[in-house]
Design a protein around this ligand. Structure first.
Ligand code: HMG
Ligand code: MG
Length: 302
């Protein structure tokens, strides 16, 4: 065994927030329940954002109200400001995530404020969360490029990551929002961030637009990153990142990790069945290569 890796499933949030077919609360709860039964212990269940900006996440309060409170699973939700945090707290969330960007243009397009203004919004969230005993994760978007302004320096990413950590975020997820980064760039990025923060607080969040997500996971793994965000069936994308596709598929991530001897506690064939089912519900083909390979193999064996 090579040690343990934490898999942070973002399908019910990142996966569904950009789908043209909007799933009702009951279907989202069904998906979360199925994912919970695979062994996943960290699931992002929704976002307390403006329903005018992201209608797919409307009803996240209902989702969180109906989630089991005592199954040992960490259900997390995005909150952009204190208003979102209060709604999340009232719905019973025990973990929230604030989301910053390393690019000014993306920050304005995604959350309608500058990077500095976003930190002014996050500070009261972190204060209120500390008082309520709610953990806060932090995201940095555009770590390997911005859909509006192009290249992003690793120094800029490391600086935003450090600010989030200093504010009190327990983990910093580095988001390749546009899914254009390569493993050499990922290695440079992780080295810069690990110069500012312990590598144990870093997570990789790689979108797969250019097919590099799993290679980027491998590069980050080699440098000691042990938490990765992924999305069942490779669902997802950001509505404010035109053309970006989904996260690395959870099935593909598990195939890599288990093959390399990392323990995750998650059952790959069960995740693959969930991926096939949710893809059918959404009327799309699964974007997981491992999921498709497993489905083809079980068809051959039937
Ligand atoms: P704004 O318009 O600047 O907000 O939006 P405002 O404070 O001026 O308020 C305007 C209206 O929004 C008001 O309603 C507020 O009540 C309401 P009105 O009086 O007009 O009826 N409002 C809210 N409603 C619900 N929940 C809230 C909330 N806050 C204000 N929390 C805001 C600012 C941040 C709200 C908006 O820009 C927004 O919701 N953005 C969300 C963007 C988003 O969800 N993007 C996708 C997630 S990020 C992502 O995918 C990247 C990630 O995966 C990592 C990666 O891949 O890089 C995490
Ligand atoms: Mg994302």
């Amino acid at each position: 065994m090579n040690g343990a890796v934490k898999v942070f499933e973002v399908g019910p949030r990142d996966g569904l927030q950009n789908e043209p077919r909007h799933l009702p609360v009951a279907s989202r709860l069904g998906l979360i329940g199925e994912l919970a039964a695979t062994g996943l212990r960290h699931i992002e269940g929704g976002a307390f954002v403006s329903p005018r900006w992201v209608p797919q996440m409307a009803g996240s309060d209902e989702v969180f109200r109906q989630l089991p409170g005592d199954d040992g699973i960490n259900y997390s939700a995005l909150v952009p400001n204190l208003q979102g945090f209060e709604a999340a707290r009232q719905a019973g969330c025990r973990e929230v995530a604030v989301f910053a960007a390393a690019s000014e243009a993306f920050s304005r397009n995604n959350i309608n404020c500058s990077i500095d203004e976003s930190f002014e919004r996050f500070a009261p969230v972190l204060r209120a969360a500390r008082e309520a005993g709610i953990r806060v994760r932090g995201y940095v978007s555009c770590v390997l490029g911005c859909p509006f302004s192009g290249a992003v320096a690793p120094e800029a990413v490391a600086s935003v990551a450090r600010r989030l950590h200093e504010l009190g975020c327990y983990e910093i997820s580095l988001g390749d929002t546009i899914g254009a980064g390569r493993p050499d760039e990922t290695a440079r990025l992780v080295e810069h961030c690990a110069g500012q923060l312990p590598v144990s607080v870093l997570a990789g969040h790689f979108h797969d637009t250019w097919g590099m997500a799993i290679a980027n996971v491998h590069a980050a793994l080699a440098l000691g990153v042990r938490t990765f965000d992924s999305s069942v069936a490779g669902l997802g994308g950001c509505p404010y990142s035109p053309g970006a596709s989904g996260n690395v598929a959870t099935e593909d991530l598990l195939y890599l990790l288990h093959g390399m001897g990392f323990a995750t506690g998650v059952d790959l064939p069960t995740v693959a069945r969930v991926g096939a089912r949710i893809s059918a519900v959404l009327g799309i083909a699964s974007r997981s290569r491992a999921g498709l390979a497993l489905a083809a193999r079980s068809k051959r064996e039937d």
